[in-house]
Design a protein around this ligand. Structure first.
Ligand code: ATP
Length: 367
């Protein structure tokens, strides 16, 4: 049975009751370090334990989001894109709850296939939610409230996808060297910065026909444990913003566009990555809006015919316009205990500081 509409939602009383019960249970956060240590030894016993943990944990996290999706202000809960997302959450909750106890490796395999399918079902949550929010932002007087909700919602999504992805990857019979599931235990931020910059520059070329240089400073031998996909996404978004700012400022000028500078510092507590540009910065009054969803100064700002795709890939055809890059990157940084700050000098340029927690022992923030 597909759960499709507002009516069907209200008809599924027993499901709703169960969602409410599970949504009140306590979530359990895990740290990067714990995931690494646990996953370093993917024996059958550990895989079984991991599946049993997810069998209990995922319905709690999913139920909390389903409840929140059901109680959004200003009628947002009943906007068609939000209804669609809510259906995906309910569907996944029901799949998880109808899976009986995981007792042996056969159950474990079946469960792993199921959560893989859940992860795929939720692939398009970001662009779909963005459509709903766009429709609402046109009429709402309280966008702050929506931003807070979206921060919680997307943060939770990052956690759910990390947990599922990590468990699924532990089944890989020949993982790449130094990889424990999604985590690279010896990740070189310099290499990631190089790849992310090249991706962003390719996009800049496609859009403007040229791209400023990106210079990267840091120890090429330095490594630390982190999730490569997350780091790639964050640096890509920051470099993309800087390239766009510099490109637009120097487009009609005879001067050579100044390079973007990336500095990587390995501290005891944090690895900090600074992305600096001379793209003219933004006015102080605009700073609070930078981390607002859908805030973009791009000319091709989002319209309903062009919703944002999931972020951080070269497949994104446009240089900017969704207003999702900064807020989502900050969530990825915060997920493992880091943060993202942007400081701007209007008339000169912008510095973005990406702090990543080096020890990996901070627990997932669980909204
Ligand atoms: N380095 C920068 N220099 C100048 N303005 C910036 C810079 N970085 C961000 N901004 C401003 O902040 C806005 C929001 O940035 P954000 O990355 O969230 O979205 P976007 O780049 O517009 O779209 P996308 O979702 O495609 O990333 C930008 O539109 C731009 O106005």
């Amino acid at each position: 049975m597909e759960i499709k509409t507002k009516q069907t939602w209200s008809m599924c009383k027993s499901l709703l009751k169960e969602v409410k019960e599970w949504g009140c249970l306590k979530q359990t956060g895990v740290s990067l370090r714990y995931m690494t240590e646990f996953g370093s030894n993917p024996t059958d016993t550990n895989l079984l334990l991991s599946a049993q943990f997810l069998h209990k944990e995922l319905p709690i996290r999913i139920a909390r989001r389903a409840i929140e999706l059901h109680t959004l202000p200003h009628g947002l809960s009943y906007m068609p894109p939000v209804l669609k997302v809510k259906d995906w959450y309910l569907h996944s909750f029901r799949d998880l709850r109808s899976f009986s106890e995981i007792k042996n490796m056969e159950d474990e395999k079946e469960f792993t296939e199921m959560i893989k399918a859940i992860k795929m079902r939720h692939n398009n949550v970001v662009p779909t939610m963005a459509l709903g929010v766009q429709q609402l932002k046109n009429v709402s007087e309280d966008p702050d409230h929506i931003d807070e909700f979206l921060d919680r919602f997307y943060m939770s999504r990052i956690g759910i996808r990390m947990l599922i992805g990590q468990h699924v990857e532990l089944h890989n019979p020949s993982p790449p060297p130094n990889c424990v599931g999604y985590i690279h235990t010896k990740l070189s931020p310099l290499n990631v910065a190089r790849n992310a910059s090249e991706d962003a520059r390719s996009m800049c070329y496609r859009e403007y026909g040229s791209a400023p240089d990106v210079k990267i400073y840091g120890d090429p031998d330095f490594t630390f444990p982190y999730v490569p996909g997350h780091l790639q996404l964050m640096i890509f978004e920051l470099v993309k913003n800087s390239l766009r700012a510099v490109q637009e400022r120097f487009m009609d000028s005879d001067e050579v566009a100044p390079p973007i500078r990336i500095v990587i510092a390995d501290g005891t507590e944090d690895v900090t990555i600074k992305v600096s540009d001379e793209g003219g910065g933004i006015p102080r009054s605009g700073l609070p809006k930078m981390f607002t969803y859908l805030y973009s100064t791009a000319k091709n700002s989002m319209d309903e015919s062009q919703p944002p795709s999931d972020l951080g890939t070269i497949d994104n055809v446009r240089m900017a316009g969704n207003g999702y890059g900064l807020p989502i990157s900050r969530l990825y940084a915060r997920y493992f205990g880091g943060d993202l700050q942007v400081i701007s000098m209007e008339g000169y340029g912008t510095d973005a500081y990406l702090h990543l927690c080096r020890l990996g022992d901070s627990q997932e923030p669980l909204p």
